[in-house]
Design a protein around this ligand. Structure first.
Ligand code: GLR
Ligand code: MG
Length: 447
């Protein structure tokens, strides 16, 4: 009998690309393509483990440099494997440690930690060896079999104003697929977006991505949403675009409309965003969420000490899968709330979110996911479904899903055809406003 857990025999790093709409954020406009990096690890038991993380050459190289630290190691030693990777990975010289306090998208790659895709693939393998789903290996084990999820609403610009190859789905029989590629910039169109999403996925919670129009105009859309969905939990996230005084002015009248507010303000006048958000919380009676001011344990120490946030959106791609669930346990013990942030992703990340959220104790806030904008571009043969507003957690061992290598090859081919691999939201934006430049204090379309 062979002793110990199976041994890693191969680790592949495969960069892939997918299609996106012209989604608007404080950082500009999403380009027609987004990129991700996949990790596929095989072991001596013949199992395949999967991981997915943000795209770009920096993250791809970081993953490739980890291969010698992973291959040949027993799957059960995954914590030591990750520890070796942390100890070996030097901080990039251009990382100033500022994180994404101001949503400078070029800094996202330093907040994301490549090795969490490896953690995911190793957990997938360990789960298959133990015949247990990944959520049983995290924290206090499985807490739920489906995870409440929110409808992530975006303002969408008119792709026809560019000559970029955005997808057109006007011929699709699916009303959501048709709508998601169209221009949507008014409160009426945002409500229409929410209605079509509610019909397809059953969402009861909505989050509007702000930082695009003037704050007062965005609040009009929030009011319209609440009017249409009086029982709905509505949140807006301007990614810190508003000044403190402006955020208080905009949010005070919304105390009975918004369920919570996400990153209303950022650093200003020599004060860090953690200090400014603490002042905001003193002034406005709304729970405050963040994925910008507490993205690692050191930032969280200061955010918690200052009581700057109530809801930490601990994206496992920033915090690790074990780390995100550790955060969920701490928040639950302290009477605070866990949730997760997301960026554009494929269905491997969707599955990983499902397991992480399934292991979060207490009462997490509805999960963010960009998947609805990508739905249909599956890399799995059996992507988890969002039904009745809940993401279903696969029950099979490991992640409980099967990779479709043909689809992966197509997504890799698309990646190789791209002139760029890193996210650049200024590029498409410059078609709308010539010479447009990112400004962390100015909504994208206010120039
Ligand atoms: O909750 C958030 O802050 C995000 O989802 C930030 C991201 O940058 C999102 O807006 C995106 O990827 O466009
Ligand atoms: Mg956010």
């Amino acid at each position: 009998m062979v002793k110990g857990t199976p041994v890693v025999t191969e680790m592949l790093v495969i960069p892939v690309a997918g299609r996106d709409s012209m989604l608007m954020t404080l950082s500009g406009a999403h380009a027609p393509f987004f990129t991700r990096n996949l990790v596929i690890i095989r072991d001596s038991a013949g199992h395949t483990g999967l991981g997915e993380i943000h795209g770009g050459d920096y993250t791809c190289q970081a993953l490739k440099s980890c291969i010698p630290l992973v291959v040949g190691k027993p799957v059960g030693m995954y914590r030591s494997i990750l520890d070796d990777i942390h100890k070996a990975s030097a901080r990039a010289p251009e990382d100033d440690g500022e994180g994404i306090q101001s949503l400078d998208i070029s800094k996202l790659k330093f907040v994301v930690k490549a090795e969490w895709a490896i953690e995911c693939a190793l957990l997938d393998l360990l789960g298959q060896y133990l015949d247990l789903p990944v959520c049983q290996l995290l924290g206090q084990g499985k807490q739920r079999s489906r995870v409440e999820t929110l409808g992530y609403l975006f303002y969408v610009s008119d792709k026809v104003k560019t000559d970029l190859p955005y997808l057109d789905e006007s011929g699709s029989p699916d009303p959501w697929y048709r709508l998601r590629r169209e221009e949507m910039l008014t409160p009426e169109r945002i409500v229409e977006q929410a209605c079509v999403l509610r019909e397809k996925y059953g969402f009861r919670n909505f989050k509007l991505k702000g930082g695009v129009l003037d704050g007062a105009e965005e609040m009009e859309a929030v009011r319209a949403l609440k009017k249409h969905f009086p029982q709905g939990r509505i949140n807006i996230d301007p990614n810190g675009a508003w000044g403190l005084e402006e955020a208080v002015r905009l949010c005070r009248p919304m105390e009975s409309v918004l369920t919570y507010i996400e990153d209303p303000c950022g650093p200003e006048a020599g004060y860090s965003s953690r200090e400014i958000m603490a002042e905001f919380k003193n002034a406005v009676k709304l729970p405050v969420a963040t994925n910008m001011i507490a993205t690692d344990w050191r930032q969280f120490y200061h955010a918690a000490a200052m009581k700057s946030v109530d809801i930490v959106l601990a994206d496992p791609h920033f915090w690790g899968f074990g780390g995100s669930v550790r955060m969920a346990q701490i928040l639950n013990d302290w009477g605070l709330t866990w949730g997760s942030h997301s960026n554009n992703h494929f269905d491997i990340t969707l599955t990983a979110f499902a397991h992480t959220a399934a292991a979060a104790p207490g009462n997490p806030t509805a999960l963010d996911t960009h998947w609805i904008w990508q739905d249909g571009q599956n890399l799995l043969k059996d992507a988890p479904q969002i039904r009745d507003g809940y993401l279903e957690v696969p029950e099979g061992p490991g992640l409980g899903v099967t990779i479709d290598m043909e689809k992966v090859c197509q997504a890799h081919k698309l990646y190789r055809q791209l002139p760029y691999h890193d996210r650049d939201d200024a590029m498409a934006m410059q078609y709308l406003i010539p010479g447009w430049k990112f400004n962390s204090k100015k909504a994208a379309l206010v120039r």
